[in-house]
Ligand binder design. Structure first.
Ligand code: ATP
Ligand code: MG
Length: 248
């Protein structure tokens, strides 16, 4: 589903990603872990070309999604972002109703059919495990929801346009343990339909929810393997030190 080949990325002269080659299969959850500043978010943002929005950057190497290089001139970024949804660290609902937050992606894609939109909003809220909590107040402002509910709303918003890949950058770091476990259960259930790449600082979380884990340090991919292997029997000493909390 996703494949990077020899990716190098620079902010100005700063070499933020160094020769990263990685493959992620469809319907798997991949966790990206590593100390602050090692390049996890930068790497994640490659897949929906969010880094394009930052000036003075340089990218070399290939980033393929379903075998297509997404940095090819022929690729329309809008189309790419329909295929690759993203959820951020802090819930960022729009100043709109709960319903309109989820319908937003459909409307900007020129979908007008009211019955379709209503159905899709419900499906997305169901998939994000939020429907039961909001079904009687869809017209209320999204800001009236709790932080954990807002984050699930943002997940529903991302799901509404039916992406095949979901990028999540520390989606539970601002949440309490109950909301966090809801998000984790959700990720587990979404895996059947989506390919998920998640950045997390929480080692237990990475171990619980992911199939594969990549450990980054100073812009390098130190080790990438089955999650069990990374947490039980890593090859590299740096990985061992990191997961046991000896640094980072
Ligand atoms: N817009 C930017 N301009 C210049 N340098 C940047 C920019 N964004 C990130 N960097 C630098 O690139 C490196 C990687 O940053 P990135 O945000 O990818 O790290 P991270 O692993 O996600 O860290 P954290 O765990 O703290 O979120 C850091 O040294 C950071 O200072
Ligand atoms: Mg980050």
């Amino acid at each position: 589903m996703i494949q990077t080949r020899n990716i190098d990325f620079y902010y100005g002269t700063f070499h933020a990603l160094k020769n990263i080659s990685m493959e992620m299969k469809a319907h798997t959850v991949t966790a990206l872990i590593g100390p602050s500043g090692c390049g996890k978010s930068t790497f994640l943002r490659l897949f929906n070309r969010m880094n394009d929005l930052i000036g003075d950057t340089k990218l070399t190497g290939e980033c393929l999604i379903e075998s297509q290089n997404i940095y090819d001139k022929s690729v329309q970024v809008d189309d790419l972002r329909k295929k690759v949804g993203m959820v951020f660290q802090k819930p960022n609902p729009f100043p709109k109703s709960i319903f309109e937050n989820v319908a937003y992606g459909l409307r900007v894609n020129d979908i007008r059919d009211k019955t379709y939109i209503t159905g899709r909003v419900e499906e997305s809220l169901q998939a994000a495990a939020l429907w039961d909590e909001v079904k009687d107040k869809l017209k209320k402002s999204a800001f009236e929801l709790s932080g954990g509910q807002q984050q699930r709303l943002c997940i529903a918003r991302a799901l509404a346009i039916a992406p095949s890949i979901l990028l999540m950058d520390e989606p539970a770091s601002a949440l309490d343990p109950i909301s966090t476990s809801k998000i984790e259960e959700l990720i587990h259930s979404l895996k059947q339909q989506y390919t998920i790449v998640i950045v997390t600082h929480n080692m237990q979380q990475a171990a619980r929810i992911s199939d594969r884990t990549g450990f980054f340090m100073l812009g390098e991919l130190i080790e990438y393997d089955d999650t069990k292997k990374i947490f039980l029997n890593p090859e590299k000493e740096q990985t061992q030190n990191y997961i046991t909390g000896r640094f980072g």
